[in-house]
Design a protein around this ligand. Structure first.
Ligand SMILES: Nc1ncnc2c1ncn2[C@@H]1O[C@H](COP(=O)(O)OP(=O)(O)O)[C@@H](O)[C@H]1O
Ligand SMILES: [Mg+2]
Length: 251
């Protein structure tokens, strides 16, 4: 693969610099590429606990331990997350899972077909995760990897057993499609194909639950769109109309 993804030939530093540019998710220094016995992986360290971060996210050590334990839990359940290759007091290393869907989405026309294939696979894999009774917690495109025709979710910072419920699955589904719509700007054939892929695996009507959740917010949407007019072109806002229409039960 000629992408900036793992194994692309770019150095870690170059890749992280590119990640920072391309991916709105933070890629702080606490995350870096690493290898364990020749197996490529990513080292994650306890986050540096500035006061702002503590207020926003909570105690970094507790979050770190919770994420580490979540990696153990999903491994025991045989779910599509990378294996833990190494563990230390203040770090762990998970196996490299390939290129993120965010990279693929922005990799240009030459990779458009691969992005579509990966996105459909991600929607199916998310539905299967939900069928197994688990939620990811925040399945953004930069937390979903693609390698050798395989989807692997990463980043368990928002994973929590209290979200492993139909409501938690619906929340996941809304986050996933919100990020897709933010990326693509409108509902196109690729977005529709991903929606169909999820629905085809959806045995618990999680899609209907997500529609009901969004319906409760629908009365506020016109005001939200009006208030956000000055930033309507920006990534996080431009997808809102398409997102709302995708989950419109009456459409
Ligand atoms: N196992 C992995 N395989 C491939 N890329 C990874 C992996 N782990 C982390 N990354 C890269 O590092 C980025 C940040 O890692 P992540 O675990 O999501 O940390 P954060 O909690 O800061 O979002 C990801 O978006 C991805 O680009
Ligand atoms: Mg992340």
């Amino acid at each position: 693969m000629t992408l900036l993804g793992c194994g692309s030939g770019h150095s870690t530093r170059e890749r992280l610099r590119e990640e920072r540019k391309l991916c709105r998710c933070k890629v702080p220094i606490r995350i870096e590429k690493a290898a364990v016995n020749g197996v490529a992986g990513w080292r994650k360290r306890v986050e540096d606990g500035s006061l702002r971060l503590r207020l926003q996210k909570g105690d970094p050590r507790r979050l770190f331990e919770a994420e580490r334990e979540s990696y153990h839990q999903v491994a025991r359940a045989g779910l599509p997350f990378p294996k833990l290759l190494e563990e230390g007091k203040s770090h762990f290393i998970v196996a490299d899972a390939g290129v993120t869907l965010r990279h693929l989405a922005r990799a240009g026309a030459a990779h458009a077909a691969e992005f579509e294939t990966a996105l459909i696979a991600a929607a199916e894999t998310l539905a299967r995760l939900h069928r197994a009774g688990f939620s990811h917690g925040r399945p953004n495109l930069c937390d979903i990897c693609w390698a050798d025709g395989q989807i692997t979710f990463i980043d368990l910072e928002n994973f929590s057993s209290k979200r492993n419920t139909p409501d938690g699955h619906a929340r996941d589904l809304l986050i996933f499609f919100f990020d897709i719509l933010a990326e693509r700007g409108r509902v196109d054939e690729v977005v529709r194909a991903a929606a169909r892929a999820y629905q085809a695996q959806d045995r618990m009507n999680i899609w209907g639950r997500a529609q009901a959740r969004l319906d409760r917010l629908r009365p506020f949407v016109p005001a939200l769109l009006w208030l956000t007019r000055p930033v309507a072109h920006k990534r996080d806002f431009r997808g809102i109309p398409g997102f709302v229409s995708l989950f419109d039960a009456k459409a």
